[in-house]
Design a protein around this ligand. Sequence first.
Ligand code: FAD
Length: 219
Amino acid sequence: MSPRPDRPRHRVSRVPDRARYDAETVHAVLDAATVCHVGVVDDRDFPVVIPVLHARVGDTLYLHGSSASRLFRTAGRTEVCVTATLVDGLVFARAVFHNSVNYRSAVLFGHPEPVTEEEVKREALRAFTDKLMPGRWDDSREPTGQELKATAVLRMVIDEASAKVRTGGPVDEPEDYELPHWAGTVPLRTVAGEAIPDERLTGGIAEPDYVAELRGERS
Ligand SMILES: Cc1cc2nc3c(=O)[nH]c(=O)nc-3n(C[C@H](O)[C@H](O)[C@H](O)COP(=O)(O)OP(=O)(O)OC[C@H]3O[C@@H](n4cnc5c(N)ncnc54)[C@H](O)[C@@H]3O)c2cc1C
């Protein structure tokens, strides 16, 4: 079905009561998601969707990667669609039709532009690092000028975005609630496992607190 021309392209059509357009919800989905998917029509007119890491600072989304990669060569010159998704649970209904998942997702449209200022680039890389591994930037060697040059950073203002959120249990047809099938939800989450120290780790370097904190442990 083609979208209505008078309808903003980020307006959710199906189950619109699950849609959110406020920055707080969109930002929260982006912050919670480890990976986003960037859809772009490349220079040969092929659509391609590529998974990458992302970070958000205020109302700006940052993407980073190799300066040589196609996504970063193309995305700086054209519009992209970025999605982020979290699956929070399996929802078992009595009817196959009503089985579902609980989720939080966001879809953004925008025109990313390359970050050229070295300081902004460095801050964006700090944001990537600390989003993925909180505390790690200050406990690692910083990028050299050459490494910074080899890393492309794109910034995109988040101003055309929607989130969609499903929570709660199954919703069955009224006549199906008496059927003899189990119904309910199974929460899903990503958990950090035991750390595996690198074989070449120099003796005497203890696991940092921020690694234990990934497992929910506090020293
Ligand atoms: C979880 C995750 C996080 C990542 N984070 C980043 C990031 O932050 N920055 C970054 O630059 N890259 C990241 N990558 C790698 C990224 O997905 C691409 O592989 C990379 O950007 C491709 O660059 P390219 O120019 O070589 O390939 P392209 O020229 O873009 O791709 C050529 C073809 O290779 C195939 N391809 C490319 N990537 C993938 C893939 N991931 N899986 C399967 N097929 C693929 C596709 O068919 C594509 O058309 C991440 C990948 C994953 C899975």
